[in-house]
Write a protein that binds this ligand. Structure first.
Ligand code: NAG
Ligand code: NAG
Length: 227
């Protein structure tokens, strides 16, 4: 067996030693945010320091209120283009989540409302239907579309990390879902806004070629997003 190098960079001369060494080493992490190094770290969101997350508020300044968030308790105003509103309970709104690797959103959907195709680059998502009737779907990297209509309170769905997905209210009444993420700041790439309302904008040539349409079509879509 030739000398080979394993992931830790040590040189192994014996195959079995090398194999055991490789098995013991952690695999590339599939989880999202890293584990905290302390009980909590209420984000000091005003800090000028730039780190992966936020520095911690001094412990003496921490109170019970730092562990509560009222921002998902009110119905969102869905009177907008998409007929939906996402209220985010991420670390920016709820600094107590800092370093803890989780967050939640509230999604209100008017009848016919759509939470448009989007992805969360840093998190897997689970969601629970509270009321209403929604179509949930996601697309894989192999362009397979998986979807389901949820009709009962408490029914749950799953969106694997980073995949493009949507929720649409297909019922006659309002719909409400709560979603949860394994990241304090999952990030949202809203596909139509990303492509057609970026600043500065993506060149028309790129979009006409990508979508195989005339520039007038691209201009029309861009105008819908005020771009
Ligand atoms: C902590 O509390 C002190 C005293 O009230 C205040 O001056 C300081 O700005 C607070 N720091 C943070 C990060 O909240
Ligand atoms: C919805 O928004 C439009 C324009 O923003 C406004 O004219 C209309 O009155 C609103 N409707 C309701 C029910 O709030």
């Amino acid at each position: 067996m030739a000398i080979m190098k394993n992931r830790s960079g040590c040189w192994c001369v014996h195959f079995t030693v090398c194999l055991i060494g490789m098995l013991l080493l952690p695999l590339p992490s599939q989880s999202s945010d890293p584990d905290p190094l302390q009980d909590f770290c209420i984000g000091d969101t005003k800090s000028a320091l730039s780190v992966n997350g936020f520095p911690c508020k001094p412990a003496a300044n921490v109170s019970s209120d730092d562990f509560f968030f009222d921002g998902l308790s009110k119905e969102g105003n869905t009177n907008n283009t998409f007929g939906s509103l996402v209220n985010q309970g991420n670390v920016l709104a709820f600094p107590g989540l800092n370093t803890l690797g989780i967050s939640m959103n509230r999604v209100d959907l008017a009848p016919g409302g759509l939470n448009p195709p989007h992805s969360h680059p840093r998190a897997t998502e689970t969601g629970v239907l509270i009321y209403g009737k929604i179509l949930v779907g996601f697309l894989t990297t192999g362009n397979v579309f998986y979807s389901k209509i949820l009709t009962g309170p408490g029914q749950m769905f799953l969106i694997p990390k980073g995949l493009v997905h949507f929720q649409m209210n297909v019922g006659e009444e309002k719909a409400l879902i709560f979603t949860a993420f394994n990241s304090q700041l999952p990030g949202s790439v809203i596909v139509p806004r990303n492509l057609f309302a970026s600043k500065p904008s993506v060149p028309d040539d790129v979009l006409t070629k990508a979508f195989q349409v005339e520039k007038t079509v691209i201009d029309e879509i861009k105008s819908k997003f005020g771009a």
